[in-house]
Design a protein around this ligand. Structure first.
Ligand SMILES: C[S@@+](CC[C@H](N)C(=O)[O-])C[C@H]1O[C@@H](n2cnc3c(N)ncnc32)[C@H](O)[C@@H]1O
Length: 181
């Protein structure tokens, strides 16, 4: 670990942890284990949100459906569902806001850490860069992407485009209801 001039670890490094996520029935011998680098700073895409754990477990339970499928994860952040999909044999493109370079860099590190080959793409909802036209996913994943009302229109525009660009495709999302009753 690198330190600052006083030999102390930099504050950024102190906030970085690696979490381990296991899938399969036997906790002592998990069928699949994924390590995720997280950083507890104010960046939503550097943290494993509960929705991501739920969606990753769904991918694991449905692994036969995912094996060999082309998968795009939107707002992937730390990317746990997409990484599980890659582990079970899907061809995965992990995407997040094209302006969030730190999040996209972290995705590359996490893929490397887990020895997985995923495409990493900056894809901002509602923005039509050339790269989106090349995507023809069978399955579109999005964990906790419905958290900001102001972004709904852009998210749904992107999801609609991908669904229309790839007939027969589906969008699978997990949603966290944060409304206080
Ligand atoms: C609540 S986090 C969920 C992250 C991850 N899916 C999870 O569940 O752990 C929302 C994610 O959406 C991404 N995001 C927010 N606005 C976006 C936009 N306009 N275009 C693309 N991604 C966006 C954020 O960068 C972040 O990674």
């Amino acid at each position: 670990m690198e330190g600052n001039s006083s030999g102390e670890p930099a504050a950024d490094q102190l906030m970085t942890t690696t979490s381990r996520h296991q899938f399969g029935d036997d906790p002592d011998e998990p069928a699949v284990a994924i390590s995720v680098i997280e950083n507890m700073k104010e960046e939503y895409g550097l943290f494993v949100w509960p929705c991501s754990i739920v969606l990753a477990e769904y991918v694991w339970q449905q692994r036969l459906r995912f094996s060999g499928a082309t998968v795009v994860e939107l707002g992937a952040g730390t990317s746990l569902p997409g990484l599980v999909a890659a582990k079970v044999g899907a061809h995965v493109t992990l995407t997040d806001d094209a302006n969030k370079l730190e999040v996209l860099d972290n995705m590359r590190r996490v893929c490397h850490l887990n020895k997985l080959h995923c495409n990493i793409l900056g894809l901002t909802w509602g923005v039509w860069d050339a790269s989106i036209f090349t995507l023809c996913p069978r399955i579109i994943l999005g964990a906790d992407v419905l958290y900001d009302n102001d972004a709904f229109d852009d998210l749904f525009a992107t999801v609609t485009f991908l669904l229309q660009n790839s007939p027969g495709s589906v969008f699978i999302t997990t949603y966290h209801n944060r409304r206080v009753p």
